[in-house]
Write a protein that binds this ligand. Structure first.
Ligand code: NAP
Length: 332
């Protein structure tokens, strides 16, 4: 077991796509927990595309990570020392404890993982990813039986779960993803009705063929330009769920679209964003249903597991090139 505290610090604000050299490795002694505090040794890190926005200088829903500060990120770890009655040595916990071996918590930033659930599942299907898919689709997409739903970033951690919940709700599900392998997985393993390879196919043309009556729900993980194309295919009363916009996270320039937004008027449609942080109090409801669906074999999910603390920045980069296949995790 490592007894140093290795930490990945933000070295500079990235220009364009994030690079490994935007971070620097620091080594110090593990921190000492004070009264009511808990010392946690992180064992897993999870990566989210939104991390690119957290290291910009503009605040979004979180303040920016400061230069010299430990990179923010979700982790799973083990309690190694506790001065807090709610936690004991050996408890497995999860929280936003950052890219470091050891972290201190006063118990407010952490919770115990669900018993008998692996760290991989705690950080993906039963973590922020699963909750984002569940609440984004059910609360904002409001799927009805027979609806046609189109999902961008469909083979990703969130998108793939959205599609499978939509199938359970009786929708016809079309995924948009990059590359043959991901599209094949969507149809043959995740049970999507069709997949569009946006890197090799004409998305506009394929949507015309696959949903001639228009789409009722567009669940967007990617943003412009795919959002713009989807807007030109909406049916009357469509719901466009803005979950994320990974296609523009690395660019300083704002996109020049969506140009087709006026279709929201023509089709009396609604486009709405959401943030999973607003639904965390309802997590038990989502976890219970996701558990039930998973135990019936109705939800397949993939994890992409990198190894070694030194590879944390490299693992983050994989999200922006589409190298990840499933939830991007790292085992420390
Ligand atoms: P993910 O989908 O597992 O990984 C990101 C995927 O995005 C990549 O595998 C890649 O797939 C695709 N991608 C990357 N660059 C792209 C580009 N320029 N154009 C099109 N696709 C691109 O990641 P995730 O963790 O599940 O996150 C998915 C989305 O949900 C992100 O936008 C994230 O910010 C958002 N999110 C929102 C909330 C919320 O509260 N609203 C919470 C969590 C996550 P391909 O190989 O198919 O290109």
């Amino acid at each position: 077991m490592n007894t140093d505290n290795r930490q990945w610090l933000l070295k500079r604000r990235p220009i364009g796509r994030v690079k490994e050299s935007d971070f620097e490795l620091a080594i110090s002694e593990p921190p000492q927990p004070q009264s009511e505090e808990i010392l946690i040794r992180n064992t897993w890190l999870a990566f989210d595309p939104a991390m690119r926005g957290w290291i910009d200088d503009k605040p979004n829903y979180f303040p920016p990570v400061e230069i010299g500060e430990v990179m923010r990120g979700m982790t799973v770890g083990e309690v190694v020392h506790s001065n807090n009655n709610e936690y004991k040595k050996g408890d497995i916990v999860t929280g936003m404890l950052g890219w470091q071996d050891y972290a201190i918590s006063n118990s407010e930033q952490i919770r115990k993982t669900i018993p008998n659930i692996t760290p991989e599942a705690s950080l993906s299907i039963f973590g922020i990813t699963g909750l984002t898919a569940y609440f984004g689709l059910l609360e904002k997409g409001q799927p009805q039986e027979g609806d046609v739903i189109v999902i961008s970033g469909a083979a990703g951690a969130t998108g793939s779960v959205v599609g499978q919940i939509a199938k359970i709700m009786g929708c016809r599900v079309i995924g948009i993803a990059g590359g043959e392998k991901k599209c094949e997985w969507l149809v043959n393993t995740a049970g999507f009705d069709a997949a569009i390879d946006y890197k090799n196919e004409n998305v506009d043309q394929r949507l015309k063929e696959l949903c001639p009556q228009g789409l009722n729900i567009f669940y967007d993980n990617v943003g412009w330009p795919i959002l713009d194309i989807a807007l030109s295919h909406i049916a009357m009363g469509a719901r466009i769920v803005i979950c994320g916009s990974i296609a523009r996270y690395s660019s300083k320039e704002l996109p020049s679209g969506p140009k087709n937004y006026i279709n929201l008027v023509n089709k009396r449609a609604r486009m709405e964003g959401f943030l999973i942080l607003d639904y965390l109090a309802r997590a038990p409801e989502a976890v219970m249903r996701l558990c039930e669906w998973q135990s019936k074999g109705l939800i397949q999910w993939e994890t992409d597991i990198q190894q070694g603390f030194e590879n944390a920045p490299k693992s983050l980069l994989r999200l922006y090139t589409g190298e990840n296949f499933g939830k991007q995790l790292l085992r420390i």
